[in-house]
Design a protein around this ligand. Structure first.
Ligand code: SF4
Length: 422
């Protein structure tokens, strides 16, 4: 239902929802503490700091004693706090197009302005300064340009891992190639940390990561139940520790607590919606600056957004501490974003079936074609193979100039009206 106010279309149900009590996941309180300790810990720690891409070899770095900081997480923070739009023009002034990754442009722009949400939220003096910068282009080439900019700014050593891209399946030669690159990191890490490589420490770190990843996967899978206790929008918040604290006991403990809470809701048949009239799969990046809005929009239409490949991107089934290099090379090279269209379609079809999905929303993020999957006929192929309805919405991860609340709301509500009740 809509009405018009000051020439703007307004979703009436969303206004009503503001007075409705939200379903609350209690583990959120622990999340706040963990994230605060993670960021403030980097300021007070005397350990060296490595910057790493979100699906880079964090476990290997941690095994040397690095604290690990993730600029993409900072990009998401700039998006979620709706500050990205203030900083993107700074990056444009030094030649970074506003059409490229808005994590990159927002992050570079905030740095140029000497500001960060970490200052206000956690009392930091700015982003943690790197002693080493490591990227993996398994997700995109943009990270190479982004991290190279900062390596120059901080006069810091930088190391890039360049795996084969867009693979159908990862083969033995690919694994050899990437694990060799991982091994080439060792002398850099030894030189910076003054710690000798310890294979047992690496195995232990990868083991902790594997445990956390399994608990994260099980938490996501509680949404296979109807009613679902956990939405995609909740998952984008609770994924913080699996991104930034993989390879620590903290992440493992956190997901144990989260999974226990969600399991209790499943047993009690308690969901974030009392009655689900449709179940949706969100494909692509979150719209960080409109997360709450989007969550409310679906809730008020009794629609449960329960699956995504985005949140599953930090599920690494292949980690195996017996073969730490080869198994992490396999896990990090076979991530969804690094797969062929053919492989991606099969992954999506599996999720549609397992989560009893009625409709798939493809978020066509204007500054991240790497993680947008609507441009090469995928929505049509998925609909043909599974029978589910698909919808493409335009938006962005951080740059809200590419997002129209009105148009998106109309498109989504029209889709939801069409969907059958499960
Ligand atoms: S995958 Fe997309 S959002 Fe992530 S760093 Fe690359 S271009 Fe940016």
């Amino acid at each position: 239902m809509h009405y018009y106010k000051n020439n703007k279309i307004v979703n009436f149900s969303i206004l009503v929802h503001k007075i409705i009590k939200m379903f609350e996941i209690k583990t959120s309180k622990l999340l706040k503490t963990i994230m605060r300790d993670y960021f403030t810990g980097m300021q007070t720690s005397n350990k060296p700091i490595a910057w790493c891409t979100s699906v880079g070899p964090a476990e290997l770095l941690r095994s040397f004693g690095f604290e690990v900081y993730f600029p993409e997480n900072h990009g998401a923070l700039l998006g979620a706090t709706r500050k990205a739009g203030d900083y993107i023009p700074n990056a444009a002034k030094i030649g970074y197009s506003s059409d490229i990754c808005s994590y990159l442009t927002a992050d570079v722009g905030a740095y140029m302005q000497k500001t960060s949400p970490l200052m206000k939220h956690y009392g930091l003096s700015g982003v943690p300064k790197p002693d080493f910068i490591v990227y993996n282009t398994n997700q995109c080439r943009e990270v190479q340009d982004w991290f190279t900019y900062f390596a120059k700014e901080f006069s810091c050593p930088i190391f890039g891992i360049l795996p084969p891209r867009h693979v159908d399946e990862v083969n033995i030669e690919d694994i050899k190639n990437v694990s060799k690159q991982f091994k080439s990191l060792i002398p850099y890490c030894e030189n910076i940390t003054k710690n000798k490589f310890d294979i047992d420490r690496f195995r232990e770190t990868l083991g902790m990561s594997k445990d956390a990843v399994e608990l994260w996967k099980k938490s996501l899978e509680t949404s296979k139940n109807t009613p679902s206790p956990f939405s995609f929008f909740d998952a984008t918040i609770h994924m913080g520790p699996i991104v930034v604290l993989r390879g620590t006991d903290i992440a493992k403990t956190y997901y144990k607590t989260l999974f226990a809470e969600l399991s209790d809701y499943v047993t009690a048949r308690k969901g974030f919606l009392e009655k689900e009239s449709s179940r949706i799969y969100w494909e692509g990046m979150p719209i960080w600056g409109r997360l709450r809005y989007m969550s409310d929009l679906f809730i008020q239409n009794n629609s449960a957004v329960v699956a995504s490949t985005y949140c599953n991107s930090w599920v690494f089934d292949d980690f195996d501490k017996k073969n730490p290099f080869e198994s992490s090379a396999l896990a990090y090279t076979s991530i969804f974003i690094n797969r062929s269209e053919k492989a991606k379609l099969e992954i999506m079809k599996k999720l549609v079936k397992e989560y009893k999905i009625g409709g798939v929303i493809f978020h066509d993020a204007k500054t991240c074609f790497n993680n947008s999957n609507a441009s090469f006929g995928m929505p049509g192929r998925l609909k043909k193979d599974t029978g589910v309805e698909t919808l493409i919405i335009e938006g962005d991860l951080c740059d809200l100039r590419f997002f129209s609340e009105e148009q998106t709301t109309i498109k989504i509500e029209t889709l939801l009206e069409q969907l059958t009740i499960y």
